[in-house]
Design a protein around this ligand. Structure first.
Ligand SMILES: Cc1ncc(COP(=O)(O)O)c(C=O)c1O
Length: 382
């Protein structure tokens, strides 16, 4: 069913030849999740149409969409024949009110991937470089590199937490943007908020700091120390959020960023016009006010995360202290075999290259999925 083949050959044969479509290598790369290791470059997985593959590869929320989001989409259907001009403004106003800023501080995007793309492009078009920890979510830097910027990377520390001192030392005269992902993907690790705040204030004097807070809501509400207040204080900071994770709306592609109005203008000028759809806007509107569904996601995720981190601890396999829905640990066997053998058994995970070795990144599914996965993983690495 899921034979593993070369990524491009597969696309050539199944899309190009069977369906008679012309696809370029660039399109092939866009159709597939960007590979983060040599193992992934040489193999590919595809969810079978019958959906039998358990997806532990994209940090998705297995519990979404919420009942409220589903009802809102149903209700919005009568507007699906209309462009969503008012609805975009409505969501922008709601977010602005919640964050205590004016609406021109808010960018509504087609998933935070779009925000990352816009920021990477905008930074690169000014010439110079972008700086981030590594490994981290790489879209912003990948886009900057596509537009000829240099990507300077700073390894995480020994606990897989951002090494802020080393990052500060890596800022150069031509650093146009620093990307900070807190909590971080692929490690799920969190920075201590006081230390982070001081760091961001200092760095923002030298360059634009892009704070990716896609996973912030996996922390308990009292721990969710956003850097939005630094935007309000006028620091050169962009804060990026998404409805894809805790709100479980990844398939609808809706997200937002909070930044100085000049920065919002700068980023939005590269947008394609109206990039959002009525269904996503309706679901986002109710999700923004919803505290129940995020709480349910957190509780269920924590249970499954604890189960999986205990499994790794019993094996004595190192992992950073994840507080989100993914965990990174050293691959106990070669990555290509792990990808192929886990897929054969119905599970999709990711392999990352870092510091001359391979790492497994496993997203946290339901508790039952994680129990089934650990059984399979035992077999795969035996
Ligand atoms: C840290 C981080 N930022 C942004 C994204 C992009 O998410 P989306 O485009 O669905 O908002 C992801 C997706 O996994 C992520 O892990």
């Amino acid at each position: 069913m899921n034979t593993l083949q070369s990524r491009r050959n597969w696309l050539k044969s199944s899309l190009g030849l069977t369906a008679g479509l012309m696809i370029t290598p660039a399109l092939a790369d866009q159709l597939l999740a960007a590979p983060v290791s040599r193992a992934e470059e040489s193999l590919m997985w595809l969810s079978p149409p019958n959906g039998k593959l358990v997806r532990l590869g994209s940090n998705e929320n297995p519990y979404g969409p919420s009942a409220r989001a589903r009802a809102a989409i149903q209700e919005a259907m009568s507007e699906f024949n209309r462009y969503p001009f008012e609805q975009v403004n409505q969501l922008r106003a709601l977010i602005a009110e919640k964050e205590g800023v004016s609406a021109d501080h808010i960018l509504i995007a087609n998933g935070s991937s779009e925000t990352l793309c816009l920021a990477g492009m905008a930074a690169a078009l000014e010439g110079g470089s972008v700086l981030s920890a590594f490994p981290t979510f790489r879209s912003l830097m990948d886009y900057a590199v596509k537009f000829n910027a240099r990507w300077d990377r700073v390894d995480l520390d020994e606990y897989h937490v951002h090494n802020l001192e080393a990052m500060a030392a890596a800022v150069k005269a031509d650093t146009r943007m620093m990307f900070v992902c807190n909590p971080n993907n692929p490690t799920g690790t969190v920075l201590e908020s006081g230390k982070l705040r001081n760091f961001v204030v200092e760095m923002a004097k030298k360059t634009t700091v892009f704070m990716d807070e896609a996973y912030l809501e996996f922390l308990e509400p009292s721990e969710q120390q956003s850097m939005v207040d630094l935007v309000k204080q006028g620091h050169n900071v962009i804060v990026s959020r998404t409805f894809s994770k805790v709100h479980g709306l990844a398939g609808l592609r809706i997200a937002h960023a909070i930044a100085h109005p000049d920065m919002v203008k700068k980023l939005s000028k590269y947008q394609m016009g109206v990039v959002n759809n009525q269904a996503a806007l309706a679901a986002a509107r109710v999700s923004l006010q919803d505290t129940d569904f995020p709480a349910l996601t957190r509780a269920k995720n924590n249970e499954a995360l604890n189960y999986f981190q205990s499994y790794l601890d019993k094996k004595k396999w190192f992992h950073g202290k994840s507080r989100t829905n993914c965990v990174l640990f050293p691959a106990p066997k070669d990555g290509k075999t792990i990808l192929a053998e886990t897929e054969k058994r119905g599970f999709q995970i990711r392999i990352w290259d870092y510091q001359q070795r391979e790492w497994c990144r496993v997203s946290i599914g339901t508790l039952d999925e994680m129990k089934a996965f650990t059984k399979v993983f035992d077999e795969v690495v035996a």
